[in-house]
Every structure is written in structure tokens, then in C-alpha cells.
Design a protein around this ligand. Sequence first.
Ligand code: PXG
Length: 464
Amino acid sequence: MSSSSFLPSRSTAEWQALDASHYIHPFTDHAALGRKGTRVISRAEGVYLYDSDGRQILDGMSGLWCVNLGYGRRELADAAYRQLLELPYYNSFFQVAHPPAIELSRLLAEVTPPQFKHVFFTGSGSEANDTVVRSVRRYWELMGQPQRTVIISRTNAYHGSTMAGASLGGMAPMHAQGGLPIPGIVHIRQPYWYAEGGDLSPEEFGRVAARALEEKILEIGPERIAAFIGEPIQGAGGVIIPPATYWPEIQKIVDRFGILLIADEVICGFGRTGEWFGSQYFGIKPDLMPIAKGMSSGYLPIGGVMIADRVAEVLTEKGGEFAHGFTYSGHPAACAVACATINILRNEGIVERVRDDIGPYLQGRWRELADHPLVGEARMVGMIGALELTADKARRQRFAEQGEVGTLCRDACISNGLVMRAVRDTMIVAPPLVMTRAHVDELIDKARKALDATLQEGRKLGKI
Ligand code: PXG
């Protein structure tokens, strides 16, 4: 039963029937959903979700990589409530602004790396990446090099689901629907050592994967390249943590050719890696930084693009009007929640705690799972990690039918009261940054039980 006072009280079966009748879900096979019925999550507290039957589930994914402060934070709800009464909506077009958006831009300038003093607000990470494409191309027009339009990204990247976001992303199933990518976006290989590194050491492979950028620049013509975009750690692609050699080599290449570097911080930003931003963890210096998700701890939708001084100066001083913006660019209530989120991250020292305390504890316990017969690699930075499931650890062998064992494991996790995602046969977690050691122990215990169940079930079905 739902406990929300303003919603009708319905049984799980009633919610499921209404859902099946009316609701088209994102990234969902509706035939498969129809057979199973949707899982209805009706409330949450701290690091736990509760479904419509009252079952408690430990949230190993922070919602969708966003609820970094956990559920039920009064300060965030109060910030939204107070702002909605004070000024629920106004825009920042046509030479106006409002205090929450101005205050948030000030706070972001403080917490982001020193090259950033400016932000453009959006309603989501996808809109942030559309803004990236428009800003980058506008920048090169204003620089007198309008032929620089090509943006280089990577296979298996995720940058959102709008036309530009999905095009920047390197997800083959997304490109297969509706004629993507849009022109002027190309992809190079990803730095995924476990799957693609062969006999190379991770360090050697990191350099090889980075050099693919130089090869692509030379193939297309350096004078046509506008920018390179990458997630510091690929999230939706399977928590792909690049070898330590990768990002420094990428930085050298973008510097040598004078192209812009875009670090998509939508997942890695706001403490996930134990630094404020993933680009700080890897020591790179981006020119543009799309942000969203953890910016408001997911309590209200908001995103933005941090724009480094050298680009911001051109866009704002040379440019005349930048013909771009959204109704909800800098929505007052979302900005108020983002301000409150940043204040909590700072006042409670949460980023430092991820770096020095709970992050290392989780990493240590996570790596213990590598001794399980199904686990080929257990990797983690800060509080974002992956397990590679395999039938043959030594050779990093894939299963015959990709994704089946991962799905078994994901279902076993849910049966054990844990949300852990499967990307093909890679299990991924990104739990709330506010987890205690007891929560971490619970996560690891549940994950191990799910791995045991997966092994047993997989063998029974002849999949392993
Ligand atoms: N960039 C990155 C790196 C992301 O992870 C976006 C941009 C787009 O943000 P919006 O707010 O438009 O969704 C994302 C979003 C998954 C999954 O299956 C990941 C995302 C969204 C939905 C599903 O892991 N990431």
C-alpha cells in the first residue's frame, strides 16, 4: 500500500495493472515487463528502498547514480519547499535572474577546479551534453575556425538520450534506432582493459587506447576537430576504470592539437570518486564539464555545463547572443536543492570521507569478492565499482550468450534485498556516499549470497 497522503491507496496489483495500461517506461522492453509486472518502489529512507509490499531493499545504485546523500534528507526537502513558496518559477532569459540560480553558480565556481568560474544551467545531463555540442561549435565559429565541428567520443560511452546526447554516446543499440549518430560525431575505442586488453598490461593498453585519439584526429584532419569528450570513468557502459596511463596521454594529445577537452562528470562529479570531480581524480584539465545527478542528489532534476574561462570569455564577450536555453535552465527550486546539497557535502566532509574512510573500506571489502569462483575482476574507485563475471578467470573468458548470467545475478541480488545493476555480465554498484561500514558489510554479504545463487542457478540451467 502507498503511504503517501496525496496519492490514492492501491495494492501492488492495482498499481501494476495501471502501469501496464498507461505508462511507457524509459529503456524498457514492454513485452518482457508485461510478463513480469513492474516493481513499484513507494518510499525510501537513508540507503534503503521500500517496495509497495513493504519489502526493504538496500540501494547499491543511489537510484540511478544520483541519490548520493541518501533518501529522506530534510534539509533538501525543506530547501525545495521554502523556495517553491518564495518563488516557484522564474526564468533567466531576457536579462533577469533569481537568487537561487546566482547563489548556485557562485557555489559551483567554488567547488569546481580553478579554471571554472561559469556555468550554464540545464534540466538534465542530456540537455547538458546538447549544450556542450552547441557551445563547442559556437566557440570555434567565434574563434574564426567554423570548420572545427567534429567531436570525438568513444564506443560504449553514455552521454544521455537526446539526439546529441545519444550521438555523443557510443551505445550501438541506441544508434541503431532512428538514424544516429547525427553528423560530426565520431567514436574511438574505449579504455576497457578487462574486455579488450588482450595480453597487454593495463598500462600498455591505456596508452594504446589513448593513441586511438591521435590516429582519429590525423585521419579526419586536425583542422576539423573541435573536441574530445569522455566520462572520467564510464558509468552506464559498465564502470570502466581506465588504466592510470590513459587520461594523461589523452591530455597530452588534446593539448598538442589544441582541441577542447570535455569531461562528462554527470556520474563522477560531486564526490563519487573521492574527489569533487573525476577529472581531479585522474589529474586532467577539462575545458567543459557537463554535470547533473549528484548535483542535487537527485531530489530535483537539474544539470549544467561548467565552462572554463578561455571558452566562457569567447562565448560571453565576443559572441553577441548565444541562441540557446531551456524553460527550466536554473529552475529556482532545483537550484535551491543543489545549493543545499553542496552545503551538506561540504559541511559534513562527505567527499573527504569517501576518499579517506568509507571509500577505502568499501574498496577493500569489494575486492574480497574477487575470490569468488564467478568473479574475474573486482574493481572500484571511490564508491563506484564493478565485478566481471566469468567462467574462466585466468583467460577473462566471456560467457557464450552475453548478459544471461548477469541477469541471473541481478535477479538474485533483488531476491536478496539488494539493488546491483547488470551491464551484460558486468555487475555494477555506486551506492550512496553516506553509507556506514555496517551498510557496506550488508552490501558485500548480499552480493556474495547473490553470486553463490547465480553460480548454482547458472550451472543448473547450463549457462555456466
Ligand atoms: N552523462 C552521463 C555520464 C550519464 O551517466 C547522462 C549524461 C544523461 O543524463 P540525464 O540526466 O539526461 O539522464 C548520464 C545519465 C544507466 C543509466 O542505465 C545511466 C544514465 C541515465 C539512465 C540510465 O546506467 N546516465
